[in-house]
Design a protein around this ligand. Structure first.
Ligand code: FMN
Ligand code: COI
Length: 378
């Protein structure tokens, strides 16, 4: 990892080490990918105000997230199928986050189960929930997250219907996978990845397989999962979830001021301004475009988290300046995982931390609390 200097280096290494279908699954977005591209492009257009001759010798990234101390304003976002980027990927990503002193969020659609991760780490992690039609299963999943001592529930609210990712279809990214000669050759040329995945605890959705009748079988698991995303999910369901989950609740996937205002009334502790990394509503604004108006409207009532397009510490600074209290990253750490397992995730976190602290220094800022739109050039 010595010559890796930026997230793009991790992305290139991920691309070389992991079969194309899984790299593309992480890397790509929905439909025309306009929103995917806008996320990063809009962040990069925001310019900083350089300040000089300010004593920046005491810079610190430490902050609080939902009232808990955190080494920096960064959270590993829920990313489905991490265990296919690297065997036991969820465990390695969680360990890297905990070693760096920041939260890790496990996706409902993980390869490792909640219990697998809880047994492998010694601090609490966050759990992300997709509400499925089978509410009995969802209730049991929440109860399993409580039993595993998960310290926050991230309820994803932007995936009642799934935005099509063309590349996944072209790559035969289905369960069971579609096999072709080129795919077999691709797998055969990635022996380290194959052996890592074979050594991993599981190769299917660990939270679902075996916990729902009949889903031990791969095809049935895939059919069941695909049929379960609940298009009827609505605001009233938040009350039901709150009646089962006693802890901190975060609503992830908000892009509209009116929705943010409704979210603030639910009693949730935080929202994530997010378009799911450009994987859902193609044509939606970039996350950074809507962040300022949402922060203005509800920032005093509810904690605001941000994701979408963050590839540098400079991007983190931009989001913090425009009203986010913390940032989530998805691809930036998934690339690290594919590139080098736990060490790769640690590298991704370290790259962002160093870039953020340098940017703070050059903008004349010592603490995260000081970052606001004064650090931006107008
Ligand atoms: C491969 C991949 C899988 C994802 N799976 C989930 C998921 O299971 N649940 C969820 O709430 N969000 C999921 N997301 C969205 C991320 O949590 C996050 O919102 C997004 O990645 C942020 O954009 P970024 O990748 O540009 O940082 C996924 C994102 C990626 C890239
Ligand atoms: C299995 C998917 C629904 C997980 C997801 O949220 C994503 O790929 O963006």
């Amino acid at each position: 990892m010595k010559h890796i200097t930026c997230i793009e280096d991790l992305r290139q290494l991920h691309k070389r080490r992991v079969p194309k279908a899984f790299f593309d699954y992480a890397d790509r977005g929905s439909y025309t990918e306009d929103t995917l591209r806008a996320n990063s492009a809009d962040l990069q257009q925001i310019k900083f105000r350089q300040r000089i001759l300010v004593d920046v010798s005491k810079r610190s990234l430490s902050t609080t997230i939902l009232g808990e101390p955190s080494a920096m304003p960064l959270i590993l976002a829920p990313v489905g199928l991490l265990g296919m980027q690297h065997g036991d990927g969820e465990i390695y990503a969680c360990r890297a986050a905990q070693a760096a002193g920041i939260p890790f969020t496990q996706s409902t659609m993980s390869i490792c189960s909640i219990e697998d991760i809880a047994a492998a780490v010694d601090k609490p992690f966050w759990f992300q929930l997709y509400v499925m039609k089978d509410r009995g299963f969802i209730k049991s999943l929440i109860e399993r997250a409580i039993a595993a001592k998960c310290s926050a529930l991230v309820l994803t609210v932007d995936l009642q219907v799934i935005g099509q990712r063309h590349q996944d279809i072209k790559n035969g990214m289905t369960v069971p996978p579609e096999w072709s000669l080129s795919k077999l050759i691709d797998f055969a040329t990635k022996p380290a990845w194959v052996s890592g995945v074979l050594q991993g605890k599981r190769r299917t959705f660990g939270n679902i397989a075996g916990h729902v009748k009949g889903t031990e079988d791969l095809t049935k698991l895939s059919e069941w999962t695909a049929s379960q995303f609940d298009t009827s999910l609505n605001w009233k369901d938040i009350d039901w979830i709150r009646s089962i989950w006693p802890g901190k609740l975060i609503l992830k996937g908000i892009l509209d001021v009116e929705d943010a205002e409704l979210a603030a009334k639910t009693g949730a502790q935080a929202i994530v301004v997010s378009n799911h990394g450009g994987r859902q509503l193609d044509g939606a604004p970039s996350s950074i475009e809507v962040l300022p108006e949402i922060a203005d409207a509800v920032g005093s009532q509810i904690e605001i988290m941000f994701d979408g397009g963050i590839r540098t510490g400079m991007d983190m600074m931009r989001a913090l300046a425009l009203g986010a209290k913390s940032c989530m990253i998805g691809r930036a750490y998934a690339y690290g995982l594919g590139a080098g397992g736990q060490e790769g995730v640690a590298k991704a976190i370290d790259i962002l931390a160093k870039e953020l602290t340098t940017t703070m220094g050059l903008c004349g800022v010592n603490t995260i609390a000081e970052i606001d739109d004064h650090v931006l050039a107008v």
